[in-house]
Design a protein around this ligand. Structure first.
Ligand SMILES: [Mg+2]
Length: 190
């Protein structure tokens, strides 16, 4: 039985859409920059309209405090629960590790969202490092995290987004459902 690490932002949770929606409400003057709520061509996309990181983090704090970020909705895939619970039914364990700990109330929001959209998981950790605890597999969207996981001996599975496209041989999947299928195939012979 395998332990499976799972990232949220950019993997399960459409962070870009949630933040764009919130920022447009607060800053309608940015409408000319935010033409597509789901534009994932860059992870630090707010820099295109002249924002710096601190400004964006403040917006994240307000978004989370007003329950517009991380509490509700914005799943990339409607059937995330089936993908995750299918792995658990096969005997594997799911460990969410997400770099949200620097935002107040992120932990409450994350727990609520997970139980609503993923169902029960074994552990939920708010941490920047994805390698502090070893997992057999880890589903991730960030290239630096992916490389650190591979270095750690983890079978890392990268979810394709426009911002992480490189000409490389990383293990890539379009969806969490596809990554789950791969794990079933390797571990359960399905
Ligand atoms: Mg991520």
């Amino acid at each position: 039985m395998a332990s499976i690490g799972l990232d949220l932002d950019g993997v399960c949770y459409n962070f870009i859409r949630a933040m764009n929606t919130f920022i447009l409400e607060r800053h309608p003057e940015l409408a000319e920059h935010i033409l597509d709520l789901d534009d994932d061509s860059e992870w630090s996309w707010y820099k295109k309209w002249g924002w710096v990181d601190d400004q964006f983090v403040l917006a994240m704090q307000s978004a989370c405090a007003s329950r517009k970020l991380w509490w509700k909705g914005d799943c990339y895939e409607p059937d995330l629960r089936e993908s995750i619970q299918g792995l658990r039914k096969a005997g594997h364990t799911i460990h969410v590790v997400t770099n949200r700990g620097y935002i107040p109330r992120a932990s409450d929001a994350t727990h609520e969202w997970i139980y609503e959209h993923l169902g029960w998981v074994e552990t939920i950790t708010l941490a920047k490092s994805k390698t502090d605890v070893y997992h057999n597999y880890f589903v991730e969207d960030d290239l630096a995290n992916y490389d650190a996981l591979v270095h750690n001996g983890t079978r890392a599975l990268l979810i394709n987004r426009k911002y992480n496209q490189r000409d490389d041989n990383r293990y890539r999947y379009d969806t969490v459902a596809d990554a789950a299928k791969y794990i079933h195939w390797r571990e359960d012979g399905e």
